[in-house]
Design a protein around this ligand. Structure first.
Ligand code: ADP
Length: 478
């Protein structure tokens, strides 16, 4: 919402405006508290404080009475606490009075009050008097306190001692007036300061946020890889770094998408071209020659199979990645699954001289989606057969350890370069060391393995040494 204040436009929801308001409110709150404490409390607490102080001093006087330095103590207390002390025996013998000093005694002023209090004390039953004495000639009242106690002299005789304390109650109005003036200045200064601080801080927060918004707009317009700049505050810097990371990832994903399009079209185009040319050949040349025609038809069937395989892989991967694929976990024997895959290779192995060894000493049950785990094992065994070495040997091993089932598929082929190990799990990635892909494989096999294992909450990986072979593995909870 836009607000117009003194010709300036403010967005009432903006950080800048809100910070100003909060700072101003904070300053006002502090000021209200100060006003309240200074003026209200000063007014109402002053008298109570004075009474408490007078009582405390009276107590101290009584307990110090009889000590050697009592006179000094009295002088000290009256000068530091702005009170007037008078101590005398009931006989009239003055023990301490400011009038005893050399200078004109200020307590002279309390002569009348002393007389009044003395009279009150004589008539008091509990030997204690507490009075508020008003004096029309001065502009302030006096708090009078008197107490009589029995004391034993050095010679053993008992005497009554009277303690008188007079404490002036100055009018607080004048103090309040001074404080009010001061507080007005303090209020104005703190409001101005809080506004300036609000503007300064809002600027420091709003500027980098504004820059980030501008960069985000660029990113929205498709400029992937935009760098975001944060400053001043860790949170804003972190936000900018995260957005930069997102933007770089978007750039990568955009490049990958283009790559995928190119790969898919290429992978689809090759078999389609073959299908078309062999169909033309049958039409134009081999149609009447059953032997040739069958051979050409077989090529068409093989290519159609390849297309089918490719499209199936693409569909599985896209379903896995979009979360549309649901896994249905049930306990099953992974040994039996592995055996059935190895069995399906039996004729191929016999004809081509391959051997696939299954090393699984005991029956192992896992709770997982049987069909998907079968696909994982098939993909790994298929790759191992494709990329195996001259020994044409593939070893499938299934072990259990620490509550996990570990499956390993090992071949002794040319292995994978260390710098490519991380990438082989990406869609359509072709390791530069292997060149068999033109004839078989969709380039999606390992991505499917990765997604299925992740969906099962398992782990996966590969150990590979160039020239010696590779071991692909995955682990599932037992
Ligand atoms: P493809 O269909 O190309 O085999 P995959 O996703 O299954 O696709 O594998 C990705 C790449 O990883 C392969 O192109 C290959 O370079 C490499 N690769 C996979 N398995 C092996 C293996 N057992 N030995 C060597 N390289 C392998």
């Amino acid at each position: 919402m836009k607000l117009n204040v003194l010709g300036m436009n403010f967005d009432s929801k903006s950080l800048r405006f809100k910070l100003w308001v909060y700072f101003a409110l904070f300053a006002v709150l502090i000021m209200v508290l100060l006003w309240f404490l200074q003026i209200y409390f000063l007014h109402y607490n002053y008298e109570e404080m004075k009474i408490a102080e007078t009582n405390r001093i009276a107590q101290a006087l009584i307990s110090n009475y009889g000590q050697e330095n009592f006179t000094e103590f009295c002088a000290n207390v009256s000068s530091t606490s702005d009170i007037y002390i008078h101590v005398e025996e009931a006989t009239g013998n003055v023990i301490y009075s400011p009038m005893m000093g050399e200078d004109t005694p200020p307590a002279y002023m309390y002569f009348r009050e002393l007389r009044t209090t003395q009279e009150e004390l004589i008539h008091s039953k509990n030997h204690t008097v507490s009075l508020l004495l008003e004096d029309a000639t001065t502009d302030y009242n006096t708090l009078a306190y008197a107490r009589e106690i029995e004391s034993t002299r050095e010679d053993g005789s008992v005497v009554n001692v009277r303690f008188f304390i007079f404490s002036p109650l100055y009018p607080v109005e004048s103090t309040i007036t001074i404080l009010t003036h001061q507080l007005v200045y303090v209020t104005i200064i703190s409001l101005v300061f809080s506004l300036m601080l609000g503007i300064f801080l809002a600027g420091r927060i709003a500027r980098p946020l504004h820059n980030i918004t501008e960069s985000a707009k660029e990113l929205a317009r498709g400029k992937y890889g935009t760098v975001f700049h944060g400053e001043n505050y860790t949170e804003i810097i972190n936000l900018a770094d995260t957005l930069t990371y997102t933007s770089v990832e978007l750039e990568k994903s955009n490049a990958l998408q283009k790559d995928i399009m190119a790969n898919v079209s290429h992978d689809l185009k090759t078999p389609l071209t073959m299908v078309k040319s062999y169909a033309e050949m049958i039409r134009d040349l081999s149609g009447d020659n059953p032997e040739k025609r069958n051979a050409h038809l077989q090529v068409i069937i093989d290519e159609a199979d390849r297309l089918n395989h490719l499209v199936n892989d693409m569909l599985s991967l896209s379903r896995l990645q979009t979360g549309a694929m649901i896994i249905e976990k049930k306990p099953f024997s992974i040994k039996e699954v592995a055996e059935s895959i190895v069995q399906s290779y039996a004729i191929f192995c016999e004809q081509e001289g391959y051997s696939i060894l299954l090393d699984c000493p005991s029956d192992v049950t896992v709770e997982a989606d049987e069909g998907k785990i079968k696909q994982v094992l098939s993909n790994l065994i298929n790759n191992a057969v494709k990329y195996c070495g001259s020994d044409r040997l593939v070893i499938v091993s299934i072990k259990t350890a620490h509550g996990h089932v570990r499956c390993e598929v090992t071949d002794h082929g040319m292995g994978i370069a260390p710098e490519e190990l991380d990438n082989i799990w990406d869609r359509y990635y072709k390791a530069s060391t292997n060149h068999v892909r033109t004839t078989s494989g969709s380039g999606l096999g390992l991505s499917i393995v990765k997604e299925i294992i992740l969906l099962h909450g398992g782990t996966y990986g590969v150990k590979s040494e160039q020239g010696k072979g590779s071991t692909f593995w995955f682990e599932l909870a037992h």
